[in-house]
Design a protein around this ligand. Structure first.
Ligand code: SF4
Ligand code: SF4
Length: 173
């Protein structure tokens, strides 16, 4: 997820409010603009968040093991072929496409006009939690800004407040 995949402002680490205060302050419960208790999101498989300028997709040891198993590779070979070290940690590699720096697992061929995750069931937490990252859901203005890149935001399925909270709090970026 290039532009989006890339590290954005880290949010929340210094937040000393109690959970109750935080929950009360959440702008998406309910969203003042839509009235929804939660946020709508349905991926259109445009691939925007998996490509673009150079960025990173962090992969933990556990995630790397799962991906290596999926691909039938020894872990060391998986790391050698598909990961690289970045300032933020260990990232999946990228390949250049006509669009930009694609995640190495972005599949633009299987479905014409769509860009799919080639390792969807084993995609890293950074991908699983998009677009509910702390840096994205911190306020409506940030959500709106990221919508310019992700057409799935504010459309389709209503993700309830509690689920948004779980996703937001499970990956810091
Ligand atoms: S692992 Fe899948 S979802 Fe994550 S950036 Fe790569 S292609 Fe996109
Ligand atoms: S709709 Fe959003 S989440 Fe889905 S591929 Fe496009 S940018 Fe990524």
């Amino acid at each position: 997820m290039p532009v989006l995949r890339r590290g954005d402002a880290v949010n929340g680490r210094g937040d000393t409010r109690t959970p109750t205060d935080r929950e009360r302050a959440e702008w998406f419960d309910p969203d003042g603009r839509t009235g929804d208790r939660g946020l709508r999101f349905s991926c259109t498989m445009c691939g925007n968040c998996c490509s673009g300028p150079e960025g990173f997709v962090l992969v933990s040891d556990e995630e790397a093991r799962a991906l290596a198993t999926r691909l039938g590779l020894p872990l060391a070979e998986f790391r050698e072929r598909y990961t690289r070290i970045v300032p933020q940690g260990v990232s999946l590699t990228e390949v250049l496409s006509e669009v930009g720096n694609d995640c190495v697992f972005l599949d633009r061929r299987s479905v014409p006009g769509k860009a799919l995750c080639g390792v969807y069931e084993d995609r890293p937490a950074q991908c699983r939690t998009w677009p509910f990252w702390p840096s994205v859901v911190r306020d409506r203005a940030s959500w709106e800004r990221h919508k310019r890149v992700c057409p799935g935001m504010d459309t389709g399925t209503l993700v309830p407040v509690d689920r948004v909270r779980i996703l937001r709090d499970s990956f810091r970026i």
